[in-house]
Design a protein around this ligand. Structure first.
Ligand SMILES: NCc1[nH]cc(CCC(=O)O)c1CC(=O)O
Ligand SMILES: [Zn+2]
Ligand SMILES: [Zn+2]
Length: 328
């Protein structure tokens, strides 16, 4: 055999195999998405997201305490209100007595070293279930949407969020949020993570069930990107960099690895997040249940592909399991 044919000499040992991947998963790369509801005592199973629950603020200590001990470094909060009055502009989103603001305060006091990010969107709080404010004809009214999103983000920052992460996909919101943070004195105290390339995916189904945020009519195709739209994704990433995003995100992850790689090239000096969304998590679990593969091996393979594509931060419902698996 020719000298140049032989590659296997370089990865015959577990240690030399590690040297072949530039970066591997570490605990600090994981951000855990959690659902906070407005019954303070809630601990309710989410059927389509095996192992995940909706939590009340009074359960956060017993739920997250053991995970923090195992090395959990960050969470991203999603509010799931049931008792509130939803309206056209998502008024409950930043209700000081609402689940998100209550949870931020609670977590800051319970776990001083835990990094608290907050998803910022209106769909969980609007009567119509869309992510922005609508015109009479049901289309997005962009100016008031952006203003409202920026207001909510600032109120999360004021409550103590280390990071605000707008997932609404309204044009111009990154600039507006950054401006609002700076003007209120939070520019240097709160990270702005943009869901920059967020695609209109069928992989959000379990999340929408968990969060009760499915749109009452229509879909999100006028503000989330078409799955084929590589060019739009690249433009959105570049725009969000110039508008002041501190972290760029791609979502979903596994079917969009090329976009992660594009983001790594377009924004090489920014942390790059990807969201292994609810449907991806459910798919990996379902395949394991069907005996297609071993859950742990497959879960690692998925996130390793994201890291290989360029991700430096991974939002994943597998976070609790990874904390165990990374220990072993
Ligand atoms: N703006 C709402 C939002 N924020 C995060 C997700 C999806 C997360 C997941 O599926 O895990 C969604 C769903 C959607 O856009 O409909
Ligand atoms: Zn939304
Ligand atoms: Zn959202």
């Amino acid at each position: 055999m020719d000298i140049s044919s032989i590659l296997q000499g370089g990865y015959q040992h577990p240690l030399s195999r590690q040297w072949q991947g530039r970066r591997t998963l570490t605990k600090s790369m994981l951000m855990y998405p959690i659902f906070i509801t407005d019954d303070p005592e809630a601990s309710v199973e989410i059927k389509t997201l095996p192992g995940q629950r909706r939590w009340g603020v009074n359960k956060l200590e017993s739920f997250l305490g053991p995970l923090v001990k195992k090395g959990l470094k960050s969470v991203i909060l999603f509010g799931v209100p049931f008792k509130c009055e939803k309206d056209g502009k998502g008024t409950p989103a930043d209700d000081p007595k609402g689940p998100v603001i209550q949870a931020i305060r609670k977590l800051r006091s319970l776990f001083p070293d835990l990094y608290i990010a907050c998803d910022v969107c209106l769909c969980e709080y609007t009567s119509h279930g869309h992510c922005g404010v609508l015109n009479d004809d049901g289309t997005i009214n962009i100016e008031p949407s952006v203003a409202r999103i920026a207001e909510v983000a600032l109120n999360y920052a004021k409550a103590g969020a280390h990071c605000v992460a707008p997932s609404d996909m309204m044009d111009g919101r990154i600039k507006a949020i950054k401006r609002a943070l700076i003007d209120a004195g939070y520019g240097n105290r709160c990270t702005l993570m943009s869901y920059s390339a967020k695609f209109a995916s069928s992989l959000y189904g379990p999340f929408r069930e968990a969060a009760g945020s499915a749109p009452a009519f229509g879909d999100r195709k006028c503000y989330q990107l078409p799955p084929t739209a590589k060019g739009l994704a690249r433009r959105a990433i570049q725009r969000d960099v110039t508008e002041g995003a501190d972290i760029i995100m791609v979502k979903p992850s596994l079917p969009y690895l090329d976009i992660i790689a594009d983001a790594a090239q377009l924004a090489p000096d920014h942390p790059l997040a990807c969201y292994q969304v609810s449907g991806e998590y459910a798919m990996v679990c379902a395949g394991a249940d069907a005996g297609v593969y071993d859950l742990r091996v497959m879960a690692f393979e998925t996130v390793e592909s994201m890291i290989r594509a360029g991700a430096t931060l991974i939002l994943s419902y597998f976070t609790p399991q990874f904390l165990d698996w990374l220990e072993a």
